[in-house]
Design a protein around this ligand. Structure first.
Ligand SMILES: *Cc1c(COP(=O)(O)O)cnc(C)c1O
Ligand code: SF4
Length: 346
């Protein structure tokens, strides 16, 4: 049963004009802020104090929906949500050891759009698009145009999955799989669900947090009846990302049969304190989301200023264990390429 107010729907034909109306979430996505000057103005921040012009890297420009900006504190340069999206000159500094493909995804490409690193689980790059551009993103240099399957190639992927009965879980990733239009996503999910040996469909997405309007009636209508175990892993880094709207979106996902998990990246200036991490876990619990992973930063070129050293990370984990019930303590991990799973840090 679906309760609560759902975002207004969507791609219904307007009776008068016969034109197809765009879903609300797609309009909001199209209206996302792309200009750093506009973002700073909205937050009443004067870029002159930075002694550097706002900069916007061509390969990975600023992108943030207004709804996410509204959760930032005006006048606060250190706002943990702003820190995640504002391009800083520090990104341009070169650091040795910070690479373009830190987790060696390109070595794991099975066929176009399909990665497999771990037993039983295959990961699908559904799209290069995201509703938000996170400055720490390990895929910010990923050559999506070469590794994103076109519609025809999706058929090849389905065939590959069909032929390999060692795969029992398909992970939709990207980019952000929920940035895809319903028509394509529905088709893909239905094809995956039809494969007998695939037991679990997992979505890794930031959309329920940064554009909760995405979880609308139209989506829920086809998604809910899918006869497969559903897992949704949201990527919240800070408690301030959660609000009434995200709560409703998450509630709807849960009512649609999803197990809800969260993974975060440990980020300097965003969540590198015991208070921030404890508050995040507690806030997630109010939306029935369990913390899953806390990742040490993948050493991607441009993100060095976010790195938290391992010693400090271990101290934070001790504080979490001391103050939270065990089920609200995430697992601290790092990704080491070539390993058969994420690697626990302890
Ligand atoms: C992280 C990751 C997974 C999922 O790993 P879990 O430990 O099951 O969450 C699967 N495939 C790839 C390529 C990954 O990077
Ligand atoms: S939503 Fe995920 S994939 Fe997209 S930019 Fe952010 S971290 Fe990267």
């Amino acid at each position: 049963m679906i309760t609560g107010n759902l975002p207004e729907n969507q791609s219904l034909k307007n009776k008068n004009t016969g034109k197809t109306k765009q879903p609300v979430w797609q309009t909001l996505l199209a209206e996302a802020i792309r200009d750093p000057a506009e973002l700073l103005q909205a937050l009443q921040l004067d870029p002159a104090v930075l002694q550097q012009r706002p900069f916007n890297p061509h390969h990975f420009p600023l992108r943030v929906p207004w709804g996410f900006v509204k959760k930032m504190q005006p006048g606060d340069w250190d706002d943990p949500l702003l820190q995640q999206v504002l391009p800083l000159a520090a990104e341009q500094r070169h650091h040795s050891g910070f690479l373009h493909d830190p987790v060696q995804d390109l070595h794991a490409v099975h066929s176009k759009g399909l990665l497999q690193k771990y037993q039983g689980r295959a990961l699908l790059i559904t799209t290069g698009a995201c509703a938000i551009h996170c400055r720490y993103c390990f895929r910010q240099h990923f050559p999506y145009s070469d590794n994103q399957a076109s519609q025809n190639e999706w058929q090849n992927i389905i065939n590959t999955l069909n032929a390999d009965n060692t795969i029992n879980e398909v992970i939709l990733s990207g980019g952000d799989p929920l940035a895809l239009a319903d028509r394509r996503l529905e088709q893909l999910c239905k094809h995956i669900t039809a494969i007998p040996h695939i037991r679990t469909l997992r979505l890794h997405t930031r959309l329920p947090l940064v554009l909760p309007e995405r979880i609308d009636t139209h989506f829920l209508r086809w998604f809910t009846p899918l006869a497969i175990q559903k897992v949704v892993v949201i990527h919240a880094n800070h408690a301030n990302e959660l609000c009434n709207k995200t709560h409703t979106a998450l509630q709807h996902l849960q009512q649609a049969g999803c197990m809800l998990l969260n993974q975060s990246v440990l980020l300097k200036g965003v969540n590198d304190s015991a208070t921030a991490l404890i508050t995040l876990s507690q806030k997630l619990a109010t939306s029935q989301v369990l913390p899953y992973y806390l990742h040490l930063l993948d050493r991607v070129q441009g993100a060095a200023h976010f790195e938290v050293d391992e010693q400090h990370a271990l101290q934070l984990m001790q504080a979490l264990r001391d103050q939270l019930p065990g089920y609200l303590v995430p697992r601290l991990v790092r990704e080491i390429s070539g390993k058969r799973s994420k690697t626990p840090v302890n």
